[in-house]
Design a protein around this ligand. Structure first.
Ligand code: ADP
Ligand code: MG
Length: 703
C-alpha cells in the first residue's frame, strides 16, 4: 500500500529534517518515521485572534494570550529557591513572570525591551498577578504558518530540540511539509459503513485538521474521530484475543452442583444472598460448565460480600472432584480468609489448610502429603502457594483476592499447575467502570457486585485537623463506652520506614497515655513484628479483648471485625484514595453506625484536598475509583499489566470513557457479524490491525 510505505519512511528524509535533527527527534520525542511525526499531535491551539490586555487579567482566568514588552529582569534566591523574575507590560498594565526551572535558557532569551507573544495562566501571589513558566514567542519572528487558519497548533517539544529550531513552530512547519507530501494518500482504515453510520470525519480530514484546524469545532470532530479509531482497534484486538483464548484453551467442565453446594446453600448459608451475589454466582456457574477456562474478574466494593461468592465457586469445584485454592496478597488477609472460610467448611467437614511464608515445616509437610494423597481439597495462602513444591493433583479453581497486587505473570503460574488450566476468579475491591476494566484487564471477563448486603449504614466520614486530636480522643472514649472498638492507622511509606515506625510508636504511646490500663486495652500491629505476634494481636482485637488497635496499613485489606466502629487514619493526606477507601471499609461491617476520621495537618496539596473531600462526600467505591483514576491516571492501577495497551496516542481511558464504550460496542457488532474479519468490507480493519500490532498476535490462528 502506497501510504504505508510512505509512512514508514525515516523522518531523516523529510524536507527540513536531515540526519542531525532526525537523531534528536528520535531521542527526545521518539519520532522515527513519517507516521510517528504525523501522530505527534498538538496539545493545544493558539487562537491568534484573541489577545488579552494585561490590565484585564485576573487570577480566575484560564490560559491567556498577551502581547507586551519585557521590563526589569532579576535573578533572586539561591539553590532550590533560585528564581528568575521578569516584569512584562503592555499599555494597560504590568504582570510578573517567574521561572524556577530552565533559568539559564530563559536568561538568554528575555531581555528588557524585547517584545513577546506570551501564553500562560495568571495566578495571584500576595496580591500581585503573576504567571509561572509562561510560554514565550518572540513577536518579530512571528509568521502565521497556518496560512488561512487562525488556530496555531502548539506541540510538545524539548529544550534540546528548540536549540535546533524545532520548537513548536518548527515542528508545525514539518507537519505542513509532511501533510503536503502525503496529500490524499492517507487512506481510510474504518469500513465506509461505519464512517457513514457514525457521521465521522474522514481519516484524511481528521489527520489534517488535528494539526491545522479551521475551527475548534473541526478540531473536536477530528480529535473524536482519531480517539474513536484508536480505541476501536484496541477493542478489536482485545476481543479477538479473547475469542482465540476461548477457542484454544479448554477448561474443566463442572457439570454438577452436588452435595457441598446444596448442603451449604440449604443448611449453612448464614444470610440471604443479595441479588448481585446470586447473579455473579450464576455467571461463574455458566463459565465453569461451558468447557472453556474461566478467567473472571469479580469487582465488588469493600463489604459487598465477595468471600461467600468465592466459597461457592470453590464448593462447585469440590463437588466435581477437584481441588481449590485461594491466594491473598498478605499474611493477615490470607489468615483472615482462612478463618472465614473454615467457619463454613468445618460444618461441611471439608479439610482446609493455610499456607503462608511463616507456616511451620511440619505443617508444610502435611500440606504436601495431603495434596499428594488427594485428601486436601482447599488450601488458602499467600504467594507461598506459588512455590514449586505446592502441587495439586487436580486443581479445579484458583481464587485470587485483590487483583492489583498480583500480576498476569503470577496468574499464569497458577495456570501451569495443571495440564488443563484451572478456572481463575480474581477478586478486587477497587472497582472501576466496566468498559475501562474490560480494557485494562482485557483477558478477563467481568462480574460486578453492585449492591451491599441489606441494613448497612453509610459510614460517616469526617476530615479533622491534627490540632483537634483531643476532641477525637473524647469521641473515641464515648464509642468505647458503648462497647465499640477502634482502629488507629498510621501510614507506612517504604522510603522512610524508620521515621514512620517512630511516628507509629509515638502515636501508640500517646494513645496508651490517653487510654490507660487497666480500664482500656490498646494493642499494636506493624510490619516489623513476627507473624505469630501479629496474628495474636489481631485475634485479641477480633475477640474484643482490646479496645483500640494501633497499626500500620497491614490491616488495609480484608480484615473483618464487625464490632469495630471507628477508623482513625493518621496523616491521611499521605494515603491514596483507594487505600483510604479500603481502610474505611474495615468499619461499618456490623449493625452499628460507624465513623471514619481522617486526620491531617493544615497544609494540604490540591490533590490531597480533593481526596479528603471525596472521602467525606461518598462511600461509593466506583465513584471513588473514578476520582482516583482522574488524579493518578490508569497506569498505576494496571501496574505492569497490559503496559503496551495503555500506550495511547490521543485517547484517554479515563476522560474518554464515552468514546471507549462506543468503540467497544461497535467492535462487538463488527465481530458478531464477522468474527474473522474476512468479509471484504472489513479487510481495512484486518490490514490496520496487522499494521498496528504486527508480530504481537498470530491472527491466522482463528481463521
Ligand atoms: P468483601 O467483599 O469486602 O470481601 P466480605 O465477603 O468480607 O466482603 O463480606 C463483608 C461482610 O458482609 C461479612 O461479614 C459477610 O459475612 C457479610 N455478608 C456478605 N454477604 C452478605 C449478605 N448477603 N447478607 C448479609 N451479610 C452478608
Ligand atoms: Mg474481602
Amino acid at each position: 500500500m502506497l501510504t504505508d510505505t510512505i509512512l514508514a519512511t525515516s523522518i531523516e528524509f523529510l524536507k527540513g529534517v536531515g540526519p542531525e535533527r532526525a537523531v534528536l527527534l528520535q531521542k527526545e520525542l521518539g519520532i522515527r518515521t513519517y507516521e510517528d511525526l504525523l501522530y505527534h499531535f498538538p496539545f493545544r491551539y493558539v487562537d491568534k485572534t484573541s489577545i488579552h490586555k494585561i490590565g484585564e487579567l485576573n487570577e480566575r482566568m484560564p490560559f491567556c494570550q498577551m502581547i507586551g514588552k519585557i521590563g526589569k529582569v532579576s535573578l533572586i534566591g539561591k539553590g532550590t529557591a533560585k528564581r528568575l523574575i521578569a516584569q512584562f507590560s503592555d499599555d494597560t498594565g504590568t504582570i510578573e513572570f517567574i521561572w524556577f526551572k530552565g533559568i539559564p535558557w530563559m536568561q538568554k532569551i528575555i531581555h528588557p525591551g524585547l517584545e513577546f507573544l506570551v501564553f500562560g495562566k495568571p495566578s495571584e501571589f500576595k496580591g500581585k498577578l503573576n504567571i509561572v513558566h509562561p510560554e514565550m514567542e518572540s513577536v518579530t519572528k512571528e509568521v502565521n504558518l497556518s496560512g488561512k487558519s487562525v488556530l496555531q497548533p502548539v506541540y510538545p517539544s524539548t529544550e534540546k530540540l528548540k536549540t535546533k529550531g524545532l520548537d513548536s513552530k518548527g515542528i508545525a512547519k514539518l507537519q505542513r511539509t509532511l501533510l503536503e507530501k502525503l496529500g490524499e494518500h492517507i487512506h481510510e482504515v474504518l469500513p465506509e459503513k461505519i464512517v457513514r453510520q457514525l457521521k465521522m470525519t474522514s481519516r484524511t480530514k481528521a489527520l489534517h485538521e488535528i494539526h491545522f484546524p479551521a475551527s475548534m469545532d473541526n478540531q473536536k470532530a477530528s480529535e473524536n474521530r482519531l480517539k474513536f479509531e484508536e480505541l476501536l482497534f484496541v477493542q478489536l484486538k482485545l476481543l479477538r484475543q479473547h475469542n482465540i483464548r476461548n477457542l484454544q484453551i479448554k477448561g474443566h467442565v463442572f457439570e454438577k452442583v452436588g452435595h457441598y453446594v446444596n448442603s451449604f446453600y440449604k443448611e449453612h448459608m448464614p444470610f440471604e444472598l443479595t441479588n448481585a451475589q446470586k447473579r455473579v454466582i450464576k455467571e461463574i456457574r455458566q463459565d465453569v460448565r461451558s468447557g472453556k477456562q474461566m478467567n473472571r474478574l469479580l469487582q465488588g466494593d469493600v463489604g459487598s460480600g465477595k468471600t461467600i461468592v468465592a466459597l461457592m465457586a470453590m464448593l462447585i469445584a469440590l463437588d466435581n472432584g477437584m481441588e481449590a485454592c485461594m491466594m491473598a496478597p498478605t499474611e493477615i488477609l490470607a489468615t483472615q480468609h482462612y478463618h472465614s472460610i473454615t467457619k463454613f467448611t468445618e460444618e461441611l467437614n471439608i479439610p482446609v489448610k493455610l499456607l503462608t511464608g511463616s507456616t511451620k515445616k511440619s505443617v508444610r509437610r502435611e500440606i504436601e502429603a495431603g495434596l499428594a494423597a488427594g485428601n486436601l481439597p482447599i488450601v488458602i495462602g499467600t504467594h507461598a502457594l506459588l512455590e514449586n513444591w505446592v502441587s495439586f493433583p487436580n486443581l479445579g479453581i484458583v481464587i485470587i483476592d485483590e487483583q492489583h497486587r498480583f500480576g498476569v505473570a503470577q496468574r499464569s503460574t497458577m495456570w501451569q499447575k495443571n495440564k488443563i488450566p484451572p478456572h481463575v476468579l480474581v477478586m478486587t475491591a477497587t472497582p472501576i467502570p466496566r468498559t475501562l476494566a474490560m480494557t485494562l484487564y482485557g483477558d478477563l471477563d467481568i462480574s460486578v457486585i453492585d449492591e451491599l448486603p441489606p441494613g448497612r449504614k453509610d459510614i460517616v466520614t469526617r476530615h479533622v485537623f491534627e490540632t483537634k486530636r483531643l476532641e477525637v480522643f473524647g469521641f473515641i472514649r464515648k464509642e468505647i463506652e458503648k462497647g465499640r472498638q477502634v482502629y488507629v492507622v498510621y501510614p507506612l511509606i517504604e522510603e522512610s520506614e524508620t521515621l514512620d515506625y517512630n511516628n507509629l510508636m509515638e502515636g501508640y504511646v500517646a494513645i496508651e497515655r490517653e487510654f490507660p490500663k487497666p480500664k482500656y486495652h490498646v494493642s499494636i500491629v506493624h510490619g516489623r513484628m513476627p507473624a505469630a505476634d501479629k496474628e495474636y494481636e489481631m485475634q485479641r482485637f477480633k475477640k474484643g479483648e482490646t479496645n483500640i488497635l494501633v497499626s500500620t496499613t497491614v490491616i488495609e485489606v480484608g480484615v473483618d471485625v464487625p464490632n469495630a466502629s471507628i477508623m482513625v487514619i493518621e496523616s491521611a493526606e499521605k494515603f491514596g484514595l483507594s487505600q483510604l477507601h479500603q481502610l474505611r471499609g474495615r468499619v461499618g461491617r456490623g449493625a452499628n453506625q460507624s465513623y471514619c476520621i481522617l486526620m491531617t495537618g493544615y497544609k494540604l496539596s490540591e490533590d490531597a484536598k480533593i481526596r479528603m473531600e471525596t472521602m467525606v462526600r461518598t462511600n461509593n467505591g466506583f465513584e471513588i475509583s473514578e476520582v482516583d483514576l482522574r488524579l493518578r491516571g490508569p497506569g498505576d492501577l494496571a501496574g505492569t499489566q497490559q503496559s503496551g495497551m495503555l500506550d495511547l496516542k490521543i485517547a484517554n481511558l479515563i476522560t474518554d470513557q464515552r468514546i471507549l464504550t462506543a468503540a467497544r460496542h461497535i467492535a462487538l457488532e463488527i465481530l458478531n457479524d464477522d468474527s474473522t474479519l474476512s468479509k471484504p468490507e472489513n479487510q481495512v480493519l484486518l490490514d490496520q490491525l496487522n499494521h498496528l500490532y504486527a508480530g504481537s498476535t498470530d491472527w491466522s490462528i482463528i481463521s
